[in-house]
Design a protein around this ligand. Structure first.
Ligand code: 13P
Length: 258
């Protein structure tokens, strides 16, 4: 973390978990244990149908609400899809784009990710852009090239004043939901390389202002060490974000005065 230049953001990604009633219950559990003074921004990204109830339940806790996806067209005959404007109009602040599960199961590509990033920015949402390599790619030694390509493609034709609104989440696929976390060194190495890629595209001032998160089996035990890396500015958390006490432990790890 380096709060002098950029925000620390702890975001939960609920994926396809929790009903509307579970959402309310989670907010009630969070209320008494959430730290009052927050040096970091706290976000929960929830399934579309839970967004209205989450906005209501988390409002007084100063927890922002995010979506897990959107469709890039502004409106029209796209049965089952949700636009950026629909999310913005509800009061959503963040939206996860290009999560590896969407790339793997729902055909997302670097091209659709770029279109979604543009749609989110156009509507005034903050995209949380996910990038990450598979185990095979890591073992082939192509991680750095691959991540740079994902970052460059996601940000293609994004203006410098807009890129500041983006968050990048480095999520190695082999660490997601596996309990196998990247070491702090591995996370730091890639997050630093992501910042270097942004520096070549947009210059040093923009690069140092961007929040870069780590995601992949982040939990109360490993959060502090990961967040101690200067280029790791927060976490995108799956499993551990579903339990209020574990989520708060991670928030506390990020909530250190610097
Ligand atoms: P886990 O924390 O469950 O590994 O999930 C990480 C993730 O995919 C967050 O987007």
């Amino acid at each position: 973390m380096n709060r002098r230049y950029r925000k620390t953001i702890i975001a939960g990604n609920w994926k396809m978990n929790k009903t509307a009633s579970d959402t309310k219950k989670f907010a009630e559990e969070l209320k008494p244990i959430l730290p009052r003074a927050k040096w970091c921004e706290v976000v929960v990204c929830v399934p579309f149908v839970n967004i209205p109830i989450a906005l209501k339940a988390f409002k007084d806790l100063r927890v922002s609400v995010g979506a897990e996806n959107l469709y890039y067209e502004p409106s029209g005959a796209y049965t089952g899809e949700v636009s950026a404007d629909m999310l913005k109009d509800l009061g959503v602040k963040y939206v996860i784009i290009g999560h590896s599960e969407r790339r793997q199961y729902f055909g997302e590509t670097d091209i659709t990710v770029n279109k979604k990033v543009h749609a989110a920015l156009e509507a005034g949402l903050h995209p949380i852009i996910c990038v990450g390599e598979s185990l095979e790619q890591r073992e082939m030694g192509v991680t750095m090239e691959l991540i740079a390509l994902q970052v460059k493609s996601a940000l293609a034709n994004v203006a410098p004043e807009k890129v500041r609104k983006c968050v990048i989440a480095y999520e190695p696929i082999w660490a997601i939901g596996t309990g196998r976390t990247a070491t702090a060194e591995q996370a730091a190495e890639v997050c630093t390389a992501i910042r270097a890629t942004i520096r070549t595209l947009y210059g040093a001032r923009v690069a140092r202002s961007i929040t870069i998160q780590y995601g992949g089996s982040m939990n109360p035990k490993n959060a502090e060490e990961l967040l101690a890396q200067p280029d790791v500015d927060g976490g995108l958390i799956g499993g551990a974000a579903l339990k209020a006490d574990q989520f708060v432990d991670i928030i506390n790890a990020a909530n250190q005065e610097q």
